[in-house]
Design a protein around this ligand. Structure first.
Ligand SMILES: N[C@@H](CCC(=O)N[C@@H](CS)C(=O)NCC(=O)O)C(=O)O
Length: 235
């Protein structure tokens, strides 16, 4: 997905999970390639939750990024050993397995539920936004055709949010009373509604409450601060 409107200024800094590490860059374990505000920001939030040290580098500050990541997309993670992992879902599961066993459900049934909603994020919600971004950037459509197609895609997207709204009527977070990476990603995606001011995407009242709750989490605030971007309003 291409998000042209996001900031692309150069940055590189060292952060360490719950505590900003300032100049102690020598101890960094990971490099996270990111475009702040995109799906890579969800990984930044997870890294803060897990308390792992990393350096964030903006994709557009890396001249040969495509040589490192052939899709040219973020997120990408360079491990301590120098291995590059791409695909946000793979990165999240790698980090959770390595540093977050205690925040993963321990039994198979509960883990299946985690995987279900994890993939609802990565394989259903994210691509639904991808259709909107792609249509918005399509130069072959008339304005009227583009607006209609975008609204059609937005209606399908609103149906996905309605599924979450129903679930969030019964519980605080998507998996229950504890926040997880599934919540972080959903709230990052919800912020993308702001890119489509002329298209109606409906978020139910439970989703709106949920967004506020997730944005209030310390790891969410720390992740956004590390990315250098404000929390997005949702309506
Ligand atoms: N399947 C990939 C999709 C990654 C993706 O769509 N990344 C977007 C940001 S959310 C991106 O890099 N956009 C910039 C571009 O495509 O040039 C994943 O889940 O990691």
């Amino acid at each position: 997905m291409f998000i042209a409107a996001l900031s692309v200024s150069t940055f590189s800094w060292a952060y360490g999970g719950k505590h900003q590490r300032g100049k102690a860059a020598m101890q960094e374990k990971y490099t996270l390639y990111t475009i702040p505000g995109t799906c890579s920001t969800g990984i930044a939030v997870l890294m803060h939750k897990l308390g792992v040290n990393y350096v964030a580098i903006k994709r557009d500050a890396v001249p040969n990024y495509r040589d490192i990541v052939p899709t040219n997309q973020v997120p990408a993670l360079k491990t301590q050993e120098g291995k590059i992992i791409t695909e946000g879902g793979a990165i999240a599961l790698y980090l959770l397995e390595k540093h977050g066993k205690e925040v993963m459900p321990s039994n198979t049934e509960a883990r299946a539920e985690f995987y279900q909603w994890f993939h609802f994020d990565y394989s259903t919600l994210h691509p639904a936004y991808g259709k909107l971004f792609a249509t918005a950037g399509n130069k072959n459509l008339t304005d009227a055709a583009k607006a209609q197609l975008m609204q059609d895609f937005a209606d399908s997207l609103s149906n996905l949010w309605a599924i979450l709204d129903q679930r969030l009527a019964k519980q605080k977070f998507i998996l229950g009373d504890q926040p997880s990476h599934v919540d972080y990603m959903a709230v990052v995606y919800a912020s993308w509604n702001n890119f489509f001011p002329n298209t109606k995407i409906t978020l139910g009242e439970n989703v709106l409450r949920f967004i506020k709750d997730v944005q209030a989490l310390p790891e969410f605030q720390a992740g956004y601060a590390a990315e250098g971007i404000p929390l997005a309003s949702a309506s």
